[in-house]
Design a protein around this ligand. Sequence first.
Ligand code: HSE
Length: 300
Amino acid sequence: DSIKVFAPATVANVVCGYDVLGFAVNAPGDEVVMHRVEKSGITIKKITGDDGRLPLDAAKNTVSASVKHYLNHIGQPDLGIEIELHKKMPIGSGLGSSSASTVAGLFAINNLLDNPLTPMELVPFAMKGEELACGYGHADNVAPALLGGFVLIRSYEPLDIIRLPHPEGLYCAIVFPEVDVPTRDARQMIRQKVFLKDAVTQWGNIAGLVSGLFLKDIDLIGRSMKDILVEPVRSILIPDFYKMREMAMESGAVSFGISGSGPSVFAFTKTEANASFITQKIASHLTSLGISSKTYVSPI
Ligand code: HSE
């Protein structure tokens, strides 16, 4: 028995919704090939596309570790599994790289066992992978990767995840400036206390964004995507962040911000052509600074 599964990159936070909002894109993403074998236990057979950065040790790799939690849960802890992980997206990019691998692995094992759990029920196991990757089991990458589309994590304890609608014809332009920003570090730099007046601004924007998604009001979505809590701190890790925003907004973007913990940035646009134009413009700017980048355009 073998299966090959692709899981997509995701944009977490969606600017104002730190740890509570995320959405999936069509590409890039990761691929897991999983085989059932006689010999009991989980083995990572090979990893490609990671430049040797990810652990082959099954206890340390987020894919095998989350599959192990899953197998323990369903009462088959000794099942023999071999995993191949093909990284097809950059690591440490803020595009949910660990999440894509983990989700592909969980979807694969669940499918090999005839889907005893629903995608929603797989979320807590995928969160275990995130905990291993960055120290905290946030769900705003894994939930959209598993469920597709836009997702709200209304509560972590207990876990309460809601799929949100979104307007047709919205595109996402993504630029990954190739500098490394580990999520673990990008989480540690955020202030733990906020002023009430800042919290009021922030939750107004989150509610505005969610309302905009339901009302299919792209202008409301755009004016709500502002973050006064996290972005001002994290933007310093991203080369020329405010210049990139200016370029995107001047070129007709609906909104612009950091994807997940960065350094990737993303813009919403109303056409695919506009998304391509913006990624090219920002990528050329980064090249002029001596920074290489990768770009992606996807419908949402
Ligand atoms: N919500 C997480 C964070 C996403 O911002 O740290 C990480 O991709």
